[in-house]
Design a protein around this ligand. Structure first.
Ligand code: GLY
Length: 352
């Protein structure tokens, strides 16, 4: 690998095996990586308006210099873009550009681009290879890894999707220098999540920010890799990664996505921590609230239990009349607790 100083490589063995490379400046090696994986081919690149303005010319130059013909499709930045309409338009764009199964897709952006790009890759010609190039902390530690792809539909977030693993994740931590502090903080919620669910040592390290970005991203990715290898299709342990997300998704949706994913997950983690002692688990709410507040999160929940419950009823994790909540016990140890959905409402009424 050229043009990089220190980088980390993490290998994932799931239904597809692939590497995740993480480091400052490694975007410069993307052409070389594509060459190694696919040789000569054409590339479709999906990105959003913010990322395109900041880094679009640079990535195109890197890929063109490596001999690639890139057709780029830009969606407006923001969660509203993760729609069926945008996905169909992008699929049509790839067809108009005559991409074939021996070509590949690059998803260059945050979670919206990664999820929509991944789902498009799984559908176009019944599946073409794709590379995730995450540009946000949140995408780097969560959505770009593990093969969950999705779009939102009016009934809820991520309700249409597929498990479809990428062929490579190329995570240039230097790109995060240009992130707005609010967007960076969003990613910190997911990083804190990993500490609470599975790694008390990581949690302790996060008490004294700023953290070493490459080390922390690599640790989160290792944790996620281990979970995905054990339960790729989300029938058990992978549920732990949803800590804070059942309530977080409801808050995001109720706010019409004006509350960002990370902020909503932070609120959702605190709600879960309040419910935990009602289910016989330990109380970590105080510690967690202190850490999240230290990172600048507003933890007030502006919605009622009943409002959240309405949204939770269409949560894709509901199985019949039951829902499995991720509840913290001690730091680094969370439990999956299944209960009837009506009981979720009762618990919520006690804590929001
Ligand atoms: N973002 C949760 C998961 O990948 O399972």
């Amino acid at each position: 690998m050229t043009n990089s100083t220190t980088y980390r490589k993490i290998h994932v063995s799931a239904s597809r095996s692939y590497d995740i490379i993480i480091g400052d400046g490694i975007l410069a090696t993307l052409g070389e990586q594509v060459q190694k994986l696919f040789g000569k081919c054409r590339l479709a690149m999906l990105t959003d308006s913010n990322v395109n303005a900041l880094h679009g010319a640079k990535i195109t130059e890197i890929l063109t210099a490596a001999g690639y013909d890139v057709c780029k499709y830009v969606i407006p930045a923001g969660e509203e873009s993760k729609s069926a309409e945008n996905m169909l338009a992008f699929l049509n764009f790839m067809a108009e550009n005559k991409l074939t199964r021996s070509d590949a897709l690059i998803a260059f952006g945050g979670g919206v681009v990664g999820d929509l790009g991944g789902l498009s890759a799984s559908l176009y010609l019944r599946g073409i290879p794709y590379i995730q190039v995450p540009t946000t902390l949140l995408a780097a530690v969560d959505s770009s890894v593990g093969g969950k792809t999705a779009i939102d539909i009016p009934a809820g977030k991520n309700l249409v999707g597929a498990f479809y693993q990428p062929h490579l994740v190329c995570c240039d931590t230097k790109l995060m220098d240009t992130l707005h502090p609010d967007i960076y903080r969003d990613g910190c919620a997911e990083v804190i999540k990993y500490g609470v669910i599975l790694d008390a040592a990581l949690y302790n390290k996060l008490q004294t920010p700023p953290f070493n970005r490459i080390d922390v991203v690599a640790r989160c990715v290792e944790i996620k890799r281990d979970v995905v290898q054990e339960d790729e299709f989300d029938n058990g342990k992978r549920g732990l990664l949803n800590f804070g997300h059942t309530f977080g998704h409801a808050i995001e949706k109720l706010s019409n996505f004006t509350i960002s994913h990370g902020s909503a997950v932070a609120k959702g983690m605190v709600i879960a921590a309040r419910i935990a002692p009602l289910c016989g688990l330990a109380e970590i709410e105080k510690e967690l609230t202190e850490l999240l507040t230290h990172y600048g999160f507003n933890l007030d929940c502006p919605y009622t239990a009943e409002q959240m419950y309405e949204i939770i009823l269409s949560d894709k994790k509901r199985r019949g009349g039951n829902l499995t909540l991720v509840l913290p016990h001690t730091l680094g140890d969370c439990h999956l607790v299944t209960m009837p959905v009506e009981e979720v409402l009762e618990k919520l009424k006690n804590v929001v």
